[in-house]
Write a protein that binds this ligand. Sequence first.
Ligand SMILES: [Zn+2]
Length: 249
Amino acid sequence: MTEQFSPQWSQMLREAVEVPGLLLKAYSSFHGYSIGNQLLAMVQCQTRGIEPGPISTFPGWIEKGRHVRRGEKALVLCMPLTFKNRDRKSDDDPEHFLGFAYKPRWFVLSQTEGDPIEPPTIEAWDRSRALAALNITEIPFDLTDGNTQGFARKRSIAVSPLAALPHKTTFHECGHVVLGHTEEADFNDGELTPRSLREVEAECVALICCETLELPGAEFCRGYVQNWMKQGQDSIPEQSAQKIFARLT
Ligand SMILES: [Zn+2]
């Protein structure tokens, strides 16, 4: 039996917003995992006093010539899983659906012994590769308003040639696309995420990207999100936080 594990994503996002450097540490320690899993691993390492570092499964460590020390408890991470659709009634219904589960299967380097391992190399961020991976196209900035930094429409983004921090605006606009805001505006007029919340969600994406990639601008995002949280909303709603972590991989 695995114990029920349900992380508080809003709490984790709040910590990521409030503690400068946390995202970068999580990113450099647990590179290769989704941002959500990086923070999950980070939080567990902190509460259990484990030195953050590369992680792998039990058999994964054996492959690298190391073994998990006796008595070490695994970290819980979120795993995507394919489930069989039991309610399937006709050929039109999908045979499988995607879901996720929290499984205790990962161990940090400092929980293992054996051969030394090579430090992981982290690939540099590449704008066009990132946009292609997200299926987002860049369109010309056709607004004459000098104050607008950028905009997002459907799966396209545009960044003003006058934008103060073009990469930050890129992340913010991509955030709008990835979080479904540009779809909502077209298809779901009744239940729009409030505009201020949409902006905060997109800015959280920009913060996560600027900070993990060590690009300037994180402090502006942090200021924006914290300012918003002060205005009566003491935290980012759990639903927003879940959405951000689910779509940022
Ligand atoms: Zn925006």
